[in-house]
Design a protein around this ligand. Sequence first.
Ligand code: HEC
Ligand code: HEC
Ligand code: HEC
Ligand code: HEC
Ligand code: HEC
Length: 217
Amino acid sequence: MSEKEKSTELCKEGEKTEGDSGLGLGVLFFLIAFVVVFLSGWLLFPKLLYSKKEQPFNFNHVLHTNETGSCDTCHFLREDGSYNGIPDLASCMECHEEEPMGDTEDELIFCEEYIAKEKEVPWFIYSKQPDCVFFSHAAHLKGKNSMECKTCHGDIGESEESKPYEENRITGYGRDIWGKSIWGIKKHSWDRMKMDDCAECHKEETGSQGACFQCHK
Ligand code: HEC
Ligand code: HEC
Ligand code: HEC
Ligand code: HEC
Ligand code: HEC
């Protein structure tokens, strides 16, 4: 091979590799852009989809369950089968007066803003279902079907602080309904409370998903 031929050979090779690396760079940029967009969607979407709201003040479940001895003193089934849900101000005032017993900021807010003004605390309800859904605690807590609170609510009863309420901007539902994972991945029975989750357990327990009117008003 002459000097000239050698150099043209090299040139061609150079062209070839240059072309390759051009393509390689393009693929690389595409991948980087893809990962950036994908990650920002993954991380940002849930943040944009849900707006966080703090409860009026923290409620310490551990402290109060130790004081009262059980959940039932506050959350209980009434004679007529309806559920007491979150206790009203009057039942808090069996122990609390206008003067705080301790020195935490939460108790101060509670005493000044609510007890002194005789105003009910506007708690957000994490598990609140849409108005068209009928749910009865009695069906799930009584007799042979007596289920643990944790099965549906997770560890709220064992918490020392109220978690923020996250509201879905599109549907207006709390995050406990659609669940933490935007992909709908479910590891615990309490991760979600969507229609399919209710139906899944009903099918397991009773062999049938039930008619629409069982859960819809
Ligand atoms: C059986 C009695 C009892 C009842 C009923 C009760 N509490 Fe308390 N609560 C206490 C005691 C005791 C403390 C501890 C006071 C301290 O030393 O800080 C406390 C503390 C608190 C604190 C401050 C706790 C902290 O860690 O910051 C808040 C807020 C509070 N209670 C809200 C409520 C609300 C709201 C209700 C009604 C749903 C209620 N309590 C019902 C006994 C009670
Ligand atoms: C002294 C009264 C009191 C006792 C005792 C008590 N709770 Fe509560 N519970 C409350 C109040 C007040 C709220 C509203 C504040 C909040 O969500 O943190 C609440 C909220 C809840 C919620 C949230 C429901 C929702 O969807 O928003 C669950 C679940 C719950 N309690 C379970 C329990 C369990 C389980 C126990 C027993 C281990 C228990 N509670 C003991 C007063 C009480
Ligand atoms: C089968 C699932 C399930 C079980 C078990 C269950 N809950 Fe609930 N709970 C719900 C659903 C669903 C809602 C929302 C109801 C609605 O919006 O109509 C709710 C609502 C609540 C609320 C909010 C107040 C309200 O409006 O009723 C409290 C407090 C509560 N549950 C406490 C408890 C406690 C305490 C236990 C255990 C003794 C328990 N729950 C067991 C599913 C369950
Ligand atoms: C982990 C199991 C489980 C989950 C989750 C569950 N349920 Fe149930 N549910 C039951 C069982 C068991 C019964 C009792 C069935 C019976 O006695 O025939 C029942 C009964 C009912 C009934 C009464 C039906 C009747 O005809 O008396 C309604 C309404 C209901 N469930 C609604 C719901 C809704 C809404 C949800 C979801 C937010 C839900 N359930 C989640 C187990 C579950
Ligand atoms: C076991 C209880 C249960 C049964 C049975 C059931 N649903 Fe539902 N449904 C729910 C719950 C809980 C929700 C709210 C949570 C969600 O969006 O998944 C819901 C939500 C819905 C919604 C959306 C409403 C909204 O405002 O988001 C529609 C539509 C619906 N159901 C239709 C049906 C039809 C049609 C049937 C009969 C084939 C049926 N459901 C049977 C529990 C049930």
